[in-house]
Structures are given as C-alpha cells and as structure tokens.
Write a protein that binds this ligand. Sequence first.
Ligand SMILES: Cc1ncc(COP(=O)(O)O)c(C=O)c1O
Length: 491
Amino acid sequence: MYKLDQSKTPFFDKLKTYGTSGTTSLDVPGHKLGSIDTEFKKFLGENVFLLDANAPRGLDNLSKPKGVLKEAQALYADAFGSDHAFFLINGTSQGIMTMIMTVCRAKEKIIIPRNVHKSAINGLILSGAMPIFLKPKMDKDLGIANGIDIEELKETIKEHPDAKAVFVINPTYFGVASNLKEIVELAHANNMVVLVDEAHGAHFRFHESLPLSAMEAGADMSACSIHKTVGSLTQSSVLLVKGDRVDLNRVQSTLNILQSTSPSSLLMASLDTSRSYMALHGREKLDEVIKLTRWAREEINKIPGLKAITKEYIVENGDYNYDETKIMVKVSDLGLTGFDCYNILSEESNIQMELAETNLILAVLSIGTTKAHLEKFIEGLRKLTKHKKENTIIHQIRFTYPESYSRPREAYHAPKKFVKIEEALNEVAAENIMVYPPGIPLVIPGEIINEDILDDLRFYKEQGSTILSDSQDGLIRVVDKENWMKYEGDL
Ligand SMILES: Cc1ncc(COP(=O)(O)O)c(C=O)c1O
C-alpha cells in the first residue's frame, strides 16, 4: 500500500540523537535543554526539554525543508495518498487559512458552506476573497448543520462560474460527510479547485468503512488535524496537496507568513511518530474502535430517553455518510440540554465530553479509546438519566444565517464602534461571534445581526457556554455606518 518504509521516523530520530548528544547549548531556547529546575520540568521530566530544540545543525528548517523534515513530510504524503505534505505547527487553522490565501486573491469568489470553522472566515479576511455561501443541510431534530446539498452546489456553480474554489468540510464537527467525490468531479469540470477542512477526518484514510478521505476523493488540498484523531500533540496538523492545480511555491510562502520562525520540535516529532504508528497499526486499531462504537451505540440506545445517532439515521435523513468514530447522543428527550448533560457528566462521573449543543452531546473517539472508556461513558449516561425533568421546553437554535452586507475583509477594515450585544439589531458585524466549541461563527464580519442571532446568543449565555468574540464581554464591534468607507479597489 505504501511506497516508502513507514516504520521510519527521520525527524524524531535526528532530534533524539541531538538531544542526547551532550551538546553545549549556546542557542535558544533559554531552558538550555532542561537546565532550569522549574516545577514544570520536575513534573514533565528532562526528556521533554532535551527534545525541545530550536534549529540546531542537521535538524532542517520548516520554512524551507531540505533534510530530515523534507523526508518526514514525504513519508506523510506517502501515508496519506497525497503528492506533497507540509507540517503545520499552528493547527489546521493555519492550513485552512493557507489553502484559501493560496488560491484566492482579493474579490475572487470561493464557494463555501456557511457552517465553517472560524479559521475559514479568517482566511476570507486575510485573502479578501468573496464568499459565496452554501446553506448546509439542517437536522432540526438534532439542532445541527450537516453536509453540502449537491443540487444547491450545482446551481451555485452555474450562477458563479468564475469562482476559484469549492471549500468542503470532511466531516463536520459532528461527523457528517458530504459526497466528496461528486463534489470534486463537479468542481474540476468547472475549473475550480477543491479545498478540504479535514480537521476531524485525519483518520479516514486508514479504514475502508470510514468516509472517503479528501486525497482519495481527488481533492486538491486538505488540512488534517493529526492532533484531533490520530494522536500527535495538540496544535500539530498537516497540509496535503495533490495534482498540479495548486502553486506549491505559493503554498510554502503563505505557510511562512502564517507560521512561527521557531516551530516546536516536539510538535514536529509527534507528527513524525504518529504518522508511522497510524500507517503501521491504524487499520487494525480503527477496526477495534469502530466495533466498540457500534457496541456502545447499542448499549446507549437501551437507556430510556437517550438516542445514540447511527450511520443509518444520518443517511436516511439525506446526508451522504457518517464517521462512526464520533458518538452523538441526543439528550433533549430527558428535558435537559446538551449543556446540562456536559456539566453533569463532568461533575458526577469525571467524564470530559468533546462538546455540547442544545439537544446533544458529542464524544470523539480515536485509536486511543478503550472498552473501559466506553463502559464508563455508558455508566455515566445511565446515572445522567436520574436528572430527567418533566415538561421542559428547550430553546431551539433557528440557523437562519444572517444576510451579507459586505465581504468579511471590508467589514474587518471598516471604521468601527462598540455596541452592547442586545442593542446590535440590524448592525453590520465587524467581528466573528461564536460559541466555542465548535467555533462555528453565528455571525461573521460583514453580516447583518438579526433578531434570531440575538435570541440564540441570549440562550447560549444562559447555558453558560463560552461565547467568543474579540470584544470585551457583553459588547460587539460593529461597522460604524455613519463613517462607513468602502475600500473598493484597495482591499
Ligand atoms: C471543523 C473545524 N475545522 C478546523 C478546525 C481548526 O483546527 P485546529 O484546532 O487544528 O486549528 C476545527 C477545530 O476545532 C474544527 O472544528
């Protein structure tokens, strides 16, 4: 299956040799290979610091890899079925911004679902691209936004034949995958490149019963959070490129704009070793996990008031495919919100869920998940049902996506003022406002704030969710329309 020897970990090996070589460090970082006895070092031990090197001789340079990093990235491309791979030390967020900035210049169009992560919106601000939003399919019962509607995509491509790219989420945070192969064929037939957010799908490549990975589907670029589902350290991801529609020099120079000149060697070594482990053992380990998830769903569905979502449910509801390594549990039939259950599971059973939404909670599993973890989860869910409430009405998020007034970049650069969130009706937002997780903005720069958004924000606040914006709590930055100047031609 692989052309290269996937047992190799060239960057990690070289780093280990350097860290244990007794080198006198007169370079940065200042901890000098662990020579300062902080409590942190005492807890972690010396090895972590021995491997936290900056850019010593022989360890290559991430902004222009020629040695062991080049070799490590080639092993990634081989394992993930791409032609090229680039390490990301600022997460898939960096990869998503890079993809958009690589293919779109200011005012060029990109077709993109509205339920994207904030990093895609930030990519629009940085590039100046003009988003042509697709409304995702909705599941009103679960209260979530799902995949792309192919008919809507076809219409949008017809209306905007000059768009440069189609952006796809594979899968959504909740695990729903669109028909990526068909999307790729449609986009390529219309001279558009396909950019894929695979923050939650880095493991797809390694098991045939998971949805198709972006590279297998023939997409041009994909950003994968290796840290989320494969097991490397948090913040480490990879950007994959296939075919010849993308300018590789522009990819590297955009990455170099967005990344630190001091990339963490720990993150890169963890990328190197996770890839090797996944390539050698991924299929077998995923097989075990997928079997466990099927068993766990059956057990959860025996608990009155709870519903664990199955692949069959997702497909019957009109979506294309589902990543079974996510377990979504609908809890609202207990008269509780997902936010209530998220807190109860943490306080009562010491279980940390990935996220809560109004009607559900989400567990994200990986090759690190064991049967004992899932037994504890099922037991925690049984205890949770004792909190059932009768006759409660749960606020339902409406997902009426706001109307656009300007490109995100214009609103970002426009003159601004601060207003109280509850007084922001009909104002044009100048910043993203979102609940985190999942980090999907309710409103983005350039959109008109409507009554539904304000209602939803009130509800999220009551639930104690973390509401993120760049402004101080309770305020939002909006465009100062009286002093509104459009930077037409300049941005
Ligand atoms: C759908 C989606 N895309 C992109 C990202 C960004 O990934 P990262 O955290 O690796 O920067 C996230 C993070 O939660 C996400 O949920």
